[in-house]
Design a protein around this ligand. Structure first.
Ligand code: ATP
Ligand code: MG
Length: 424
């Protein structure tokens, strides 16, 4: 127990951290382009927030939440997703009273008690965005474009965008009745889970991954045929915006998303290459949610992308062994006095932005060169006793092998020129 991490939770070790940085930087860069600002909400919220905001009839609330009583006896839950907290913050700080739209993004860990497998953890990380206050389909198109720009920016080109409309409180109940009429006679052929949710949330039957249920879903009535005029107009508007932006999409009439609060637009971005858990990003419009959570009636739309799945997809495409280039200069001191002097030189070089490492414990020149090589250092600075007395240092190019002597006092200007010359 002591030396084992909790099931479904992972250490992100230093050798993978650079990939996380790349992805997080891409998220921030793309959000800046689209005018989204970061919001950071607590990782714990009152349990009621998720019960209301995510919905009682969802997998998340039914069986996936980490819920506990705090020391004051209050029921708290580790956030399973980011939208409920963002909406809570939007309402609590009365952002609805200011200029709209309000455009936010978030990055951070989420927690769901699920069966761990490839691309499915109990602690995982999401990058997500939310736009509050505007119902125009142009916003839906911007949110989708942002999501695609993000996955493409990190190197995942050509992913499939699936799109659907799930209607609204006017037309969905009508569709729900049609679905019930279709499924009730087929009840016996459904999996146990679907039998259980048939009466409570028949839309979710369309989304079941079991083969028999999938086959039945294929022939189920389609929501597209049941949309009201407003929902249809919204949907067609979105298609026109996407076409104008050169964004290809596939209509998937069985795309319903797991959450109750979605209205109209629902979308997913899918990567084929990473197996059953191929959805790397999912989102949609939630015009009823802000009001459901105690705010005024304000429309909203957002998505969340699963960072572990994106990293899986990236690793698959890039192959193993991709890593960051880490070290500019490796300092090698031979002797105590030289070692002391090197400490000063390296600090001054680092102050100039040079990524510097060094050998320790008076190892041999050969051993230290080997260490420099292992780190992939570009240059070695060699300071022996004799060089130290003469006030010089040996600069060795570790890619070409050429080496020269430099007055120690010129090291900083050497670095400035070198850095400039390499265009770093
Ligand atoms: P799934 O059908 O795969 O369970 P979901 O509908 O529960 O997905 P959302 O709540 O929409 O997923 O979350 C958005 C994204 O977050 C998903 O598309 C996925 O990339 C990621 N995600 C969700 N749950 C997990 C998890 N347990 N582990 C890793 N990533 C996850
Ligand atoms: Mg899920």
């Amino acid at each position: 127990m002591l030396t084992q991490r909790p099931r479904g939770m992972h250490d992100i070790l230093p050798q993978e951290a650079f990939l996380w940085h790349e992805i997080e930087e891409a998220a921030r860069r793309i959000c800046a382009r689209y005018g989204f600002s970061e919001v950071r909400t607590p990782i714990l919220e009152h349990t009621e927030l998720f019960q209301r905001g995510v919905g009682e009839n969802t997998d998340i609330v039914e069986k996936e939440m980490y819920t506990f009583n705090d020391r004051g006896g209050r029921s708290m839950t580790l956030r399973p997703e980011g939208t409920a907290g963002a909406v809570r913050a939007y309402v609590e700080h009365k952002f609805y009273g200011g200029p709209q739209p309000v455009k936010w993004f978030y990055l951070g860990p989420m927690f769901r008690y699920e069966r761990p497998q490839a691309g499915r953890q109990r602690q995982f990380h999401q990058f997500g965005v939310e736009v509050f206050g505007v119902a125009d389909p142009a916003v839906d198109a911007e949110v989708i474009a942002l999501g695609l720009d993000f996955v493409e920016d990190i190197g995942l080109k050509g992913l499939r965008l699936e799109l659907n409309s799930v209607g609204c409180s006017q037309c969905r109940p009508v569709y729900r009745e049609r679905l019930l009429a279709y499924y009730r006679p087929l009840r016996e052929q459904l999996c146990e889970d679907c039998q259980g949710r048939l009466e409570r949330n028949p839309l979710r039957l369309l989304d079941c991954k079991r083969e028999t249920c999938k086959a039945l879903a294929q022939r189920a009535p389609r929501i597209g045929e049941a949309l009201c005029d407003e929902c249809r107009a919204h949907d067609e508007g979105l298609h026109r915006h996407l076409d104008a932006a050169g964004i290809a999409y596939e209509i998937n009439p069985r795309l319903v998303r797991g959450l109750d609060y979605y209205t109209r637009t629902a979308f997913e971005v899918v990567e084929e290459g990473i197996g059953a858990q191929g959805t790397v990003l999912g989102g949609g419009r939630y015009n009823g949610l802000v009001e459901e959570l105690g705010g005024p009636s304000v429309p909203g739309i957002g998505f969340a992308a699963g960072l572990e799945r994106l990293i899986l997809a990236l690793a698959q495409r890039r192959g193993e062994g991709a890593s960051e280039a880490g070290v500019d200069v490796f300092g090698i001191a031979l002797g105590d006095e030289a070692s002391v002097e090197l400490t000063g030189w390296l600090r001054r070089l680092r102050a100039l932005g040079c990524r510097a490492e060094r050998g320790f414990e008076g190892k041999s020149l050969k051993a230290q060169l080997k260490a420099a090589d292992r780190l992939g250092a570009r240059w070695a600075l060699i300071l022996g006793e004799e060089e130290r007395r003469r006030g010089v240092v040996i600069v060795k190019d570790l890619t070409g092998g050429e080496q020269r002597e430099l007055p120690a006092l010129e090291l900083e200007s050497w670095w400035k020129e070198t850095e400039h010359g390499t265009g770093r």
